[in-house]
Design a protein around this ligand. Structure first.
Ligand code: 13P
Ligand code: SF4
Length: 309
């Protein structure tokens, strides 16, 4: 769907007026990706957010991403188009249970996925994203037990890749959890030359079919650089927008979920719309605010990650 040019003009005018930039994740609808100043995966977006000089950051993604931007660049006003844009992983780790969990293993190192709230980050030793999780865990001294939260599937992938002793929090991404294994097998039979590209938030029963496992950026890069011309995509289909832009001649195949429908869009990411972005820029709402004590505690483990990335 082509977005109305008047709306794009309006957004550009508001951006100028408010001195704002728009950062968008690869899981946003194509029209939002196209009007953003920067589109990236969760690591790249935090690196960009840290360096933004404009007064306002409009974050078209989900709340934990906007919170990370605020933690890293607190003098900026960080706004989101829809404050209900949560994440099933971030929701799975509440502060009370998390505190009790970490207290059970006082000598362990706590690695938290960036898909967590600021409060959980503040209780963590180091943060990771899907693109650097293996590297981050490998940076921890060998004699240390690793607690990994909240994604048990990313955690089990990292455990296998590093051979480390890890205790995993029991959280999942509701998008990646439900790809249908039988459909993956069917599609692999139908398209025997296709490469299977998967995000590590998928369960091991799905990851075992992947030729390449990686973050959204890695999956997109692989599709562009590979000599294959067909790809079975095991992540949120927002990435296909970028793939089609960079390699339009190739074929990208979505995989149905367990309900049999090709509806693997993240329900949180997709709450953002062009109209909500306009409203957000007009009103500078909803602003992300973080208690300063929590922000300072959450900043340390994020900075550790960025130093290693
Ligand atoms: P990346 O942006 O690190 O690939 O992660 C995908 C995701 O699910 C973000 O919520
Ligand atoms: Fe959270 Fe999954 Fe949506 Fe990413 S795709 S924001 S992990 S629910």
């Amino acid at each position: 769907m082509k977005v109305n040019q008047d709306k794009i003009d309006k957004i550009n005018q508001l951006k100028k007026e408010k001195n704002a930039v728009i950062l968008a994740h690869f899981y946003q609808e194509g029209d939002i990706q196209d009007l953003a100043d920067y589109v990236g995966d969760s690591l790249a977006l935090s690196q960009v957010a840290q360096k933004v000089e404009a007064d306002v950051i409009l974050f078209a993604g989900v709340n934990f991403m906007a919170e990370t931007a605020k933690i890293l660049n607190p003098s900026k006003k960080v706004i989101v188009p829809d404050v209900k844009a949560g994440c099933s992983l971030a929701d799975s780790a509440g502060p009370k249970r998390f505190k009790e969990w970490r207290e059970k293993y006082p000598d362990a190192v706590v690695v938290s996925y960036i898909n967590t709230t600021a409060e959980i980050k503040a209780m963590s030793d180091i943060i990771c994203t899907s693109s650097n999780a293996v590297k981050i865990v490998n940076s921890i001294p060998n004699d240390k037990l690793v607690l990994f939260a909240p994604d048990k599937f990313l955690g089990s992938y990292v455990r296998q890749a590093t051979g480390r002793e890890m205790v995993l929090w029991d959280g999942t991404c509701q998008v990646h959890e439900f790809f249908s294994e039988s459909k993956v097998i069917e599609l692999m039979e139908e398209y025997p030359d296709a490469e299977v590209l998967a995000h590590p938030e998928c369960p091991p029963s799905i990851l075992k079919y992947a030729n390449v496992i990686g973050s959204t950026t890695k999956i997109i890069q692989r599709a562009v650089e590979s000599t294959a011309d067909k790809f079975i995509i095991l992540t949120e289909p927002g990435v296909i927008h970028k793939m089609k832009k960079l390699a339009p001649e190739k074929t990208y195949i979505e995989v149905p979920n367990l309900n049999g429908c090709s509806c693997n869009e993240c329900p949180y990411m997709r709450l953002n719309t062009i109209d909500k972005i306009i409203h957000s820029l007009e009103t500078l709402q909803t602003e992300i605010l973080i208690d300063e004590e929590i922000r300072l505690k959450a900043l340390k483990p994020i900075q550790k990650m960025l130093e290693l990335s």
